[in-house]
Ligand binder design. Structure first.
Ligand code: ADP
Ligand code: F6P
Length: 331
């Protein structure tokens, strides 16, 4: 019976690959792995440019092993990426599934974040075998301990913050440094620990009581600290305005620096290249084995996969131990 069911499954012949949502260093390594694993598995590959926008516009190209030469070390995504409001509608999703069928794409790898996986889920429900690969600098996908791009982004931010720290110490200033993460504080938490920040403000944990920060600045000054580093996650609000308020309240010169989109670019770290390669290859193996509506994840030291719906239902919180520890280390 089980054998009959397996035989009934239509063998995937052509794999499509797209990148969607915010780009992340390592996406190119994932694309390369998808293309070359598919070819090794005897499949054809089509690249869809500009995420779901390109799918709806049929911006689809044939890819071979040479199409992904010389990209493993490059940031960004050679397939481009986009945010596509039309794909949030049932009409857009129906059209996307029809276009996949028209181009013979019977398996699709979607490299992106939770939003992109919602789109993948809709395509899977419309008969296109789909697998998601977690690509976002934010590390905010609950089913996986790793997302492609996070390592490069935190290392870029950490190096920038080290530089601000030098000048902050020389001038005995307070420095507020804003890192990316509109809805997620992982970059802020990791940089806060790695850069030895006195305060880490994240969307998840900050109670918006500025008087506590002001009190902390005064307390740290009393114990002989010559600077005060505050790492803000992007979602906290305007760091420049906060700097003015803090300077006015404490009398300590305060400057704000927004690290910005440099965190999204640059050559991926070794870790991002290796994880991206493994995750891209695994996505193709899942499709080759007849899987669909799955997300690749890294959990407890292994590459695994989850049902997309199950993955999207999971909730991720900032590690409270790391957060409390960071406060103890900042004394
Ligand atoms: P990320 O994938 O990084 O989370 P977004 O949330 O911006 O980025 O989502 C990327 C794209 O995925 C959106 O522009 C849209 O095309 C698609 N998408 C997001 N949410 C949904 C949804 N609920 N249904 C269908 N498609 C969606
Ligand atoms: O999701 C990645 C991310 O870089 C977030 O950290 C940030 O809030 C957002 O994208 C910024 O997006 P945009 O490309 O619109 O500036």
């Amino acid at each position: 019976m089980a054998r009959a069911k397996a035989a009934d499954k239509k063998q995937v012949k052509t794999i499509g690959v797209l990148t969607s949502g915010g780009d992340a260093p390592g996406m190119n390594a994932a694309i390369r792995a998808v293309v070359r694993t598919a070819i090794a598995n005897g499949l054809k590959v089509k690249g869809i440019r500009r995420g779901y926008t390109g799918l709806l516009e049929e911006d689809i190209i044939d890819m071979n092993a040479r199409s992904v030469a010389d990209i493993i070390q490059r940031g960004g995504t050679i397939l481009y990426t986009a945010r596509c409001p039309e794909f949030m509608t049932a009409n857009g999703q129906d059209k996307g599934a029809d276009i996949c069928r028209k181009h013979g794409i019977d398996g699709l790898v979607v490299i992106g974040g939770d939003g992109s996986f919602q789109g993948a889920r809709q395509l899977a429900a419309r008969g296109v075998n789909t697998v998601g690969v977690p690509g976002t600098i934010d590390l905010d996908i609950a089913c996986t301990e790793y997302t492609i791009g996070f390592d490069t982004a935190v290392n870029t931010a950490m190096e920038a913050i080290d530089k601000v720290r030098d000048t902050s110490t020389s001038h005995e200033r307070c420095s507020i440094i804003e890192v990316m993460g509109r809805n997620a504080g992982y970059i802020a938490l990791w940089c806060g620990i790695a850069n030895g920040a006195e305060d880490i403000l994240t969307v998840e944990c900050y109670d918006r009581d500025e008087s506590k920060i002001i009190e902390n600045i005064r307390a740290k000054k009393k114990v002989g600290k010559t600077h005060h580093i505050i790492i803000n996650a992007e979602g906290i609000g305007d760091s420049y305005e906060m700097a003015k308020r803090i300077e006015a309240a404490t009398g300590m010169e305060t400057r704000a620096t927004v690290v910005g989109h440099i965190q999204r670019g640059g050559s991926p770290t070794c870790k991002d290249r290796v994880y991206a390669s493994a995750m891209g290859a695994k996505a193709v193996d899942i499709l080759t084995a007849g899987g669909s509506n799955r997300v690749v994840a890294y959990k407890h030291g292994e590459y695994v996969d989850f049902d997309i719906e199950e993955a999207l239902r999971m909730k991720k919180t900032l590690d409270p131990y790391l957060f409390e520890m960071s406060k103890k280390l900042a004394r």
